[in-house]
Design a protein. Sequence first.
Length: 341
Amino acid sequence: MPDESFIRSTLTEKDEAFEESLRPSSFDAFPGQEKVKERLKLHVDAARGRGEALNHILLSGPPGLGKTTLAYILANESGVDIKSTSGPVIDKPADLAGLLTSLKEGDCLFIDEIHRLNTTVEEYLYSAMEDFFIDIMIDQGPGARSVRLNVPRFTLIGATTRQGMLSAPLRSRFQLVNRLDYYLPGILKTIIFRSARILDVEIDDGGARELARRSRGTPRIANNLLKWARDYAQVRTDGGITEDAASKALEMLDIDDEGLDEMDNRVLEAIVFKFNGGPVGIKTIAVAVGEEDGTIEEVYEPFLIQEGYLMRTPQGRVATAKTLKRFGVSGKNDPGQPDLL
């Protein structure tokens, strides 16, 4: 049997309860991602009508967009239990066997960061997903033998921030694949108002709008900024979050009017001023700004690319005209102008 830590968050119980209170428990209470919600809701209704377990579902997209929340909503709307774990902590096939055999008929198993599953564990998962059994090897050498364990008909819900890193055999075993996109500011404002009610924080329309437009299209960031703005308003104002209070609170975090933080600006400045606007490789940028290349690629780049500040090319990263204008420099090969600087 797997250690209980496999299915328990690293947050404290108090923090878990707090985070759980901000998470919607039904599709109707989940703002945004309308197309994804419509597909998932239809599938849940159809499966419940037939009295069957849900098909295996893969949720992909950048961090903080609601993949875990949707997994719990799927289980809740289906009226079944859910157990959660993450790819890196399932180290051995026996760990996977313990998780699967602890499920009941129709239950959901949620694996976050599923692209980081151990290759051996992943191969054991194939038969479990398709035929609902796993073969475990007992002993080694001449005395080795295989023991077949039947598992209940369950639903695997996988979440990944890097769908391209999933192996083709694993990806093909998910019947429903859904990608979550960044949220528009209007949807984020709705989320902020909902979270503010739960946190018992006063916030006006201007304050919510200011937080929403600087939240990088991500609900998790919006909620984190709301909590920070609450602290700022409590100490520096009368406790209410106004547009002015929200703006000043975000200035303390070095988040500018466009939602770019200190590291975003350091990345762009390095490309523009140190490497003449690019192209430049991600590892070179990482050394220049003192950050891991994987962190830049997964955390900072998606937003910069989506907002038009950065381009990926086969030769490397290139600053766009929007970035050059932001820093007040001229573009390459601009008639009558020197190269960038």
